[in-house]
Design a protein around this ligand. Structure first.
Ligand code: SAM
Length: 279
């Protein structure tokens, strides 16, 4: 059987996947795009040789990225999804009856096209009338906004290299804060708590210079290197640990109980930030 080797950035490991079939291979102006089929994970979306999602486990990541802030915010109405060209986060956001507008800001239109073609269940929300697709750099979109009218900014980018770097700068996070409503929140993935701990801590530090409340939660994602994936969450208002929105939405993994357990216990968080974790 053919194999696909993933050499994820900054991770001291390689993962070898069995490939039943290569369904698509192409190049956009931004990156190489590949869709393969693995016997366990089903169809897999790969950008520049890095696994982005699999049919089998995509919901763990998409639910955990979207629902923590959308349950911590009392009534999310307007959301910006930055990146996330596959549409998985948009699908999750649209589950809330309160949502009026979703800005879906993806730099690479080709990813949206490929997802529509090969992952219709993931991209099922992108044609919803509440969704406004903008093909541009998410940092430009945020920098150009003049009003503070977004309740949640959800950043679903590729790894922190290349053109995704614009989504992790202090300038970007300051601009995000400016376009958020009073109780607004933002969330971004910050790689693995095993392999990328310095990066995880640095992003917390950058966010703390901008937002009054900054925190960290994790989820186990089978196909991301290091598996123990860290999400940085920042708020202009209340703590993201608290569930304020009791909207009942269909999920496979996320629940209020998961929300409570996902945050790093305070003691571990303090040690992490002082770079004193012993493992
Ligand atoms: N979190 C998933 C992962 O790390 O595997 C990423 C899923 S999603 C496919 C990531 C998307 O972010 C890609 O489609 C990429 O084109 C988009 N992206 C990267 N940098 C961006 C930027 N600066 N502005 C908007 N979209 C960006």
């Amino acid at each position: 059987m053919i194999k696909f080797t993933e050499r994820a950035p900054y991770a001291p490991v390689e993962y070898l996947y069995d490939v039943e079939e290569i369904l698509y291979r192409g190049k956009s102006s931004f990156q190489e795009i590949m869709v393969i089929r693995n016997p366990y994970y089903g169809k897999m979306l790969i950008l520049d040789d890095v696994v982005q999602l699999t049919e089998r486990d995509e919901f763990f990541y998409h639910e955990m990225l979207a629902h923590v802030v959308l349950h911590a915010h009392p009534e999310p109405r307007r959301v910006a999804v930055i990146g996330g060209g596959d549409g998985g986060v948009v699908r999750e956001v649209l589950k809330y009856g309160t949502i009026e507008k979703v800005y879906f800001v993806e730099i690479d239109e080709e990813v949206i096209k490929i997802s529509r073609r090969f992952f219709p269940e993931v991209s099922s929300g992108v044609d919803d009338p509440r969704v406004e697709i903008r093909i541009m750099d998410g940092a430009d979109f945020i920098a150009k906004r003049k009003t503070a009218d977004i309740d949640a900014v959800i950043i679903d980018s590729t790894d922190i290299i290349g053109f995704a770097r614009t989504l992790f700068t202090p300038e970007f996070f300051s601009a995000v804060k400016s376009c958020l409503t009073d109780q607004g929140m933002c969330v971004t993935h910050t790689e693995s708590l095993h392999f990328h701990r310095d990066m995880v801590v640095e992003i917390q530090e950058v966010l703390k210079k901008v937002f009054p409340v900054v925190d960290l939660y994790t989820a186990t994602i089978a196909t991301y290197p290091g598996n123990w994936w860290a999400f940085a969450v920042a708020s202009k208002g209340g703590s993201p640990r608290e569930v304020r929105n009791r909207a009942s939405i269909p999920t496979k993994f996320y629940s209020e109980e998961v929300h409570g357990h996902a945050f790093l216990p305070r003691g571990l968080y303090e040690k992490l930030m002082k770079r004193e974790l012993e493992w």
